[in-house]
Ligand binder design. Structure first.
Ligand SMILES: [Cu+2]
Length: 122
């Protein structure tokens, strides 16, 4: 379970830029684990995976699909999204970790202030 709240404090990671707005901010899980997001804030948020190969999120990145609609089932390097998750402890759909790696995601509405990572281990 990863909580979503725009007020969660920034966590600096020198090679990845600012990560904030989710707790845990870097979720360490294993292949086969399931992930669900819960919006503990009083604003609507999404968690939407970036599809890019590098270690630095491109500053001009734009989500390809419609991040306000749920998409995908797997945490990986392809775009996936919770879609809009309503405030006050509503939970998202469930995603499964299928491939090892570090995958970044953001809230589609607050992508500069709400960014996190999921580290999937074998
Ligand atoms: Cu948000």
């Amino acid at each position: 379970m990863i909580s979503m709240d725009i007020d969660f404090k920034p966590h600096k990671r020198p090679d990845q830029g600012k990560l904030a707005g989710f707790d845990p901010i870097v979720a360490e899980i294993h292949v086969g684990d399931r992930v669900r997001f819960t919006n503990t804030d009083d604003l609507q948020h999404t968690a939407t995976g970036y599809s890019f190969g590098g270690s630095q999120i491109p500053s001009d990145y734009r989500f390809q699909g419609d991040p306000t609609k749920p998409s995908g089932d797997a945490i990986g390097a392809n775009e996936w999204s919770t879609g809009n998750v309503r405030p006050h402890s509503v939970s998202s759909k469930v995603f499964t970790a299928k491939t090892p790696g570090t995958f970044y995601f953001a809230c589609a509405y607050h992508s500069k202030m709400m960014r996190g990572a999921i580290m999937v281990k074998q």
